[in-house]
Design a protein around this ligand. Structure first.
Ligand code: S3P
Length: 173
């Protein structure tokens, strides 16, 4: 099986859907944020001490490392990773890209009270989320082979839908 990559905004469920998809397909699961934390420390601290631009370099490094080492993996990538120039091409080289789309309403509901994501920390986070979502949505769409909407769906249903869409893609439907 070629790798399957999950993209989408923070809070869209890439990690939970990714784990479910990997276990259903008998594939390994890996996450760029986890890879970065293993090698460089907490995402929050990297943003604070070294800045966002440095974190973006680490994301690209993670993807390049996955291209060299991963096969039969489900890979969840950080919400901002597809935005960095050149990463969309790297993701397509890595495997089939599945974009998990979610509405602003769903994301606000899921991210309320979150303290782990530096870009949404503090006052005015809902407006920042809205601006980022508007900017990123066309980028996610352009970079995906498959788009699946996640609003009001169970993880198991999203997993089934992705598998069905992958099978259709394989058959050339
Ligand atoms: C980010 C998303 C986060 C993490 C970092 C920046 C973003 O990952 O990489 O906080 O720019 O959207 P998740 O999408 O897994 O939350």
């Amino acid at each position: 099986m070629s790798n399957i990559i999950l993209t989408g905004f923070m809070g869209c469920g890439k990690t939970s859907v990714g784990k479910s998809l990997a276990s259903t397909l008998g594939a390994a699961f890996i996450d760029t944020d986890v890879w970065i934390e293993k090698n460089y420390g907490k995402v929050k601290d990297i943003f604070k001490n070294k800045g966002e631009a440095y974190f973006r370099q680490l994301e690209t490094e993670a993807i390049q490392s996955f291209i060299d080492t991963c096969d039969n993996h489900v890979i969840s990538v950080g919400g901002g990773l597809p935005v960095t120039e050149g990463n969309q091409e790297l993701l397509k080289e890595l495997g089939i890209v599945v974009y998990l789309s979610a509405t602003k309403k769903t994301l606000i509901h899921r991210l309320k009270g979150d303290t782990t994501r530096p870009l949404l920390a503090g006052e005015g986070w809902e407006e920042r989320l809205d601006n980022l979502l508007t900017f990123r949505t066309p980028i996610y769409e352009a970079g995906a082979h498959i788009t699946v909407s996640v609003d009001y769906k169970l993880i198991s249903n999203i997993t089934e839908e992705i598998i069905k869409r992958l099978e259709e893609m394989e058959k050339g439907a």
